[in-house]
Every structure is written in structure tokens, then in C-alpha cells.
Design a protein around this ligand. Sequence first.
Ligand code: SAH
Length: 242
Amino acid sequence: MQSIDQHYMIDIPLLVRITSIADLHKNDLVLEIGPGTGYLTRYLQKIAKKVFVIEKDPKLLKELKEKFNNNKNITYIGGDATKLDFPNFTKCVSNLPYTICEPLMWRFIREKFEMLVFVVPLSFAEILTGKTPSRLKLLSDAFYEVEITQKIGPESFYPKPKTESALIKITPKEGNFFLREFFIQYDKKTKNALREILMKSGMTKSESQEYITLRLKPSIQDKNIVNLSLEEIKEIVKLFTQ
Ligand code: SAH
């Protein structure tokens, strides 16, 4: 089932290295997204207090349960990681499904965590750490400290992915109040999210509505935040923070 991004990491030294970059302790609550057949899970569960795995493929989830059947510190969650609520966790360590990397970067700004350690496509890692302006880069600069700790070739996986990969370590930043409050509501309409923020700052509902109507084009007001262009986001930030 290649359609849901299944490339298993078979490189043992790399699995050990991922665990060591995550600096796991016995009190850590680890979230793993897309455990697959559990290569990485095996290392995580040895050290962490608890591992929560979120896997979309029911067949793999069943196999995982059988594989780790005596292990009480793994909690199995079936479903799509971009849609589910996450349990409380201290670190998320995952060889991510490559197609959901960007939605997850939006998702994680809602969470409290110490560190994220991900294997992602190298091109994705380079967007986060590079200089080219984009929505993703803006999000990343505002909320995350990202470090590429190493590049990974296709031979570390079975089957081999087409692209080069990278191991990245991400630590959270508090970021600017307005941008955080705005981006956390990424799946809402722009006008509704802005109204929430203005009301939090003390305006009444009708004052907020009027404030937004006077400043923003209707075409922008009705877009979901996650669909705004970089230019539109910049315009909103300028209008509402100056
Ligand atoms: N971590 C494993 C497997 C990585 S492959 C390893 O290193 O070997 C990615 C895994 O993510 C697959 O098991 C796939 O079924 C799962 N997956 C794909 N999309 C997902 C989604 N939206 N939510 C949760 N899991 C997903």
C-alpha cells in the first residue's frame, strides 16, 4: 500500500541515533506518528515511560499489537494523525509519512512539547531551514527552532523512497501573541479567527466584526487560515498588529 507513504526504516545504527538525538529519559511520554511495522517503536519503548503510536493502516496497527503484546507501555491509536487529538506527550519521535509533514507543522503549534525528532524529505527540511520565503517558512520561523542533524540516503529504507531524507530536531518557540493565536485557528475562517483574537483583547463581538469588515477584503475574510497566501498573511499581520 504505497499510497499511504509506507517506507520502513531498516538502518539499525540510524534508529539508535534517532533515539539518542531525542535524548529520551525514563519519564518521557513519546508520541510516534506512523510506526509502520515498529522498527523505531522497538527502540523508543525500551527507554520511554510510555509510547503512544498513531497509525492509519489498521492492518499494521493489528500487527504492532501482536508484536508488542506483552508491553504495557505502548498505547495504540488508530487513525489519521492530521485529524486526531493527541495525548499529552513530551517528545514526538517519528519517521513521518512524507505527505503529512506540512499539515503536522501546523498541527504541532497547538501542542505543548519539549522536542520533535523527525525523519522528513530533505527538500522539506531545507524549506524549514533555508531562506526562501513561504507560508511554511514563516510558520517555522515563528514557532520552531529547526536543526538538520544529518542527511539520510534512500538505502536506509525499504522500499527505497525516491527522495533523499533528513533527520531534524525541532524545539518550540513561544512566538508572537497575535501570530500564535491566529495560526492555532488554522482550520477556521480568517474573519472568525480574527474576531476571537480581538474579543480576547477586550473588544465586543460587534466592535470586532466592524473592525474586521473595515480593514479586510471579503475574499480574504472568508478564506480558511491554512489557505491564505504568504502575502495575505503578511497583510493581516500588518493590519492587526500595528
Ligand atoms: N516509522 C516506520 C514507518 C514509516 S512509513 C519506520 O520507520 O519503519 C510511514 C507510516 O505512516 C506507515 O506505517 C503509514 O501507514 C503511516 N501513515 C501514513 N499516513 C498516516 C497518517 N495520516 N496518520 C498516521 N499514520 C500514517
